[in-house]
Design a protein around this ligand. Sequence first.
Ligand code: NAP
Length: 266
Amino acid sequence: MSKIKVAIAGPRGRMGQEAVKMVLETDQFELVGALDHRHDGKLLQDILPGVKDEIPIYGDIKSLLSSLTIDVLVDLTTPDVGYLHTKEAIMHGVRPVVGTTGFTQDQLSELRELAEEKGIGVIIAPNFAIGAILMMKFAQMASKYLPDVEIIEMHHDQKLDAPSGTAIKTAEMIQQVRESKQQGHPDEKEIVTGARGGDLDGIHIHSVRLKGLVAHQQVMLGGEGQLLTLKHDSFNRASFMSGVKMCVETIMNLDTLVYGLENLID
Ligand code: NAP
C-alpha cells in the first residue's frame, strides 16, 4: 500500500513539532512538505535539528499546494490563517486535518459547504486527545440527567482563543440533549465583569490562562445535594498525537466534513 503523503502547516509550533515527529515515526506516512511563513525556501532540517530527511518548506499555502502532491494537510497554526489554509486545501483537492482552534460558526458552515461541493474529506478536531473526547461524551450523557452544567477550561497563557474549542464543543454536545435553560439566580448581578464566564445557551464557561498549564477541563454537573465532576488533563502535546494519526488515516475514506473526533469513535 502506498504511503499517505502529509504536509504540516505550523511545523515550528508546539503542536507542529510533535506532529512532525509523529509523521516521521509512522511507517505508513510520508512527510512531503511543510508550511512556515518565516522560512520559505529552507528545508525542515534547517529549523528543526532532529529532522534528517530533506523536506521542503513553503512560505504560503498556494505555493505549497501547487508545488507538491499532498494527500493530507495537517494544520496547527492560528485561527485566521488556519481557516484560509483549510479553504485553499479543499479547493485544491487536498484533505485537511485541522487541529487549529478558534474558527467561527460561519467559517465552519462555509467549510462544510465547500467540502460537500468538492466531495472531499475534512476533519476539524478541537481536541485530538482521546481522554478529552471521552470526557465530552460522558458530559453529554450525564447532562440528560443533571442538566445544570458549568465548564472550567484551563490552558497555558499563550493560547489565542477563549473559550477553548473543546469547551465550546462540550457545550454544543450538551446543548443537543438538554432543554435550553438559564442557570443561576434570575436576578444575579456580576459585580466584576465576566465573573460568571461566557454563556453558551445558559452553560457558563470559565477560561483560566496560566503559565505551566497545557490543556485541562472540568465539567461540573450539579444536582440536588450532589455534584458530578468530569475532569481531563493533557500534560503534554504528545497526548494529542494518536488522535492526529487516526485522523490522517481516517480522512482518506471520508468525503464530507467531520467536526469533532467524537464523531469518529464509537
Ligand atoms: P504555537 O506554538 O503558537 O504554534 C503556531 C504556529 O503557527 C507557529 O509556528 C506560528 O509561527 C505559526 N503561524 C502563525 N501565523 C502563521 C502564518 N501566517 N502562516 C503559517 N504559520 C503561521 O501554537 P500551538 O500550541 O502549537 O497550537 C497551534 C494550534 O493548535 C492552536 O490553534 C491551538 O489552539 C491548537 N491546539 C489544538 C489541539 C487539538 O487537540 N486540536 C491541541 C493543542 C493546541 P510564528 O511563531 O512565526 O507566529
